[in-house]
Design a protein around this ligand. Structure first.
Ligand SMILES: Cc1cc2nc3c(=O)[nH]c(=O)nc-3n(C[C@H](O)[C@H](O)[C@H](O)COP(=O)(O)O)c2cc1C
Length: 259
């Protein structure tokens, strides 16, 4: 009864959920989704397959969408999805369901786990107190989710069909990650350590003369900005006075994709 969990994570929330879940399931393999991960049928022989990912602009990160579209999945596999988000899952779980349906695969169960928001282009960071509350709730919720997955239950995250269409429209209208690279810059605190380039799951940052340069395949995940040890990376003027967030229970080295 093996399980493979594919996760995408920039600030560590989805990785934390993946790790907590895999500790409670037996014989589990976890695989990071990044620009370098190639979907292969070798990993999809498990009888349970799960996807854990953050919500971006009410929908799916593009890299997750592309990965699931190309992943070979057997017809009788039990498939589940867990979206982590700062408060509004939007159309993300519905989008996965549709991608799988096109492949003639059923999304057996879907869940949403609230975690500290990582969108510091739009919002301030949540307080440490609020973070701890979310982490406690997450651990309890994962125990329940693990029981459901172990017994292959079918549990659908309840979503309103009309609202889901609205979120889908908002996602399509507002989510343009590829072009975001041109808006990042570094202030005088940059020491040229290159961590931003190493952690980028889209392989979108190259170092020139010890300074990062963003190319045109941004995923809008903000890993570069959130993990910069100098807090030197900015996006337009939006982040100059804003705090940074990354999951305190995850080490940055766990998120660096294999290249
Ligand atoms: C560009 C961007 C857009 C986001 N949009 C949403 C959103 O629409 N709804 C929401 O609840 N959270 C949103 N978030 C917050 C993340 O989904 C949430 O913090 C998630 O747990 C981060 O996961 P990670 O640490 O694994 O990257 C957004 C974050 C980013 C960076």
């Amino acid at each position: 009864m093996s399980t493979t969990i594919y996760y995408f994570s920039a600030t560590g929330n989805s990785l934390k959920v993946t790790k907590n879940l895999s500790e409670q399931l037996t014989d589990t393999k976890i695989i990071q989704i990044s620009k370098k991960s190639i979907p292969t049928s070798k990993d999809t022989q498990s009888d349970k397959i799960g996807f854990v990912f953050p919500v971006y602009n009410f929908g799916l990160p593009v890299i997750v969408k592309n990965f699931i579209e190309t992943l070979p999945i057997g017809k009788h596999t039990y498939v589940f999805a867990i979206a982590t988000c700062g408060g509004m899952v939007g159309a993300a779980l519905n989008q996965i369901k549709k991608i799988l349906n096109k492949k003639d695969i059923n999304l057996a169960s879907s869940f949403c786990v609230f975690m500290p928001g990582s969108d510091q282009l739009m919002f301030p960071t949540v307080s440490e107190e609020e973070q701890n509350k979310l982490f406690n709730d997450e651990e309890k919720q994962i125990s329940t989710i693990a029981l459901a997955i172990k017994s292959k239950q079918h549990i659908k995250y309840k979503s309103n069909a009309i609202m889901s269409s609205v979120y889908n429209l908002l996602y399509t209208a507002t989510f343009r990650p590829k072009g975001m690279g041109k808006n990042f810059w570094t202030d005088e605190k940059c020491i040229g350590c290159g961590l931003c380039s190493q952690i980028c799951p889209a392989n979108n940052i190259v170092m020139h003369d010890r300074k990062p340069k963003w190319e045109h395949q941004c995923e809008s995940c903000l890993a570069c900005m959130q993990w910069c040890p100098q807090k030197s990376i900015q996006y337009k003027k939006a982040t100059v006075k804003r705090g940074r967030y990354h999951n305190p229970q995850i080490n940055v080295s766990e998120l660096i994709p294999n290249r």
